[in-house]
Write a protein that binds this ligand. Sequence first.
Ligand code: FES
Length: 116
Amino acid sequence: MTGEASSLVEVGPVSRFLEDGDRVVTKAGEHEILTLACDGEIFAVGNRCSHRPWWLDGGKVLPATCEIECTLHLGRFSLRSGAVTEGPPKRPIRTYDVEVIDDVVHVRVPSSVSGS
Ligand code: FES
């Protein structure tokens, strides 16, 4: 337990995440969170590319590797870790923990982390 304050933000029912690439964008304070389905799992990442100020929610999800591809310069990120898997971005994107409670998807948002 780190003592870091966080809150659970409701995203929507699990029925919104049945197919690879199904996605929902949620705003929570300074956070803009992209929640996506891939390979039977649900992931949540920051909705901004780390390369330039650009949104990731229009990006293609690659189901075999659970990566998202930015539409602007085709940078790729792991949905599991946020790590860059294909250039040009150098920095990872933020990831958020996902919790399903009573068939509703929630994302855990740290209160102390500033948005990017
Ligand atoms: Fe995303 Fe350049 S803005 S790869």
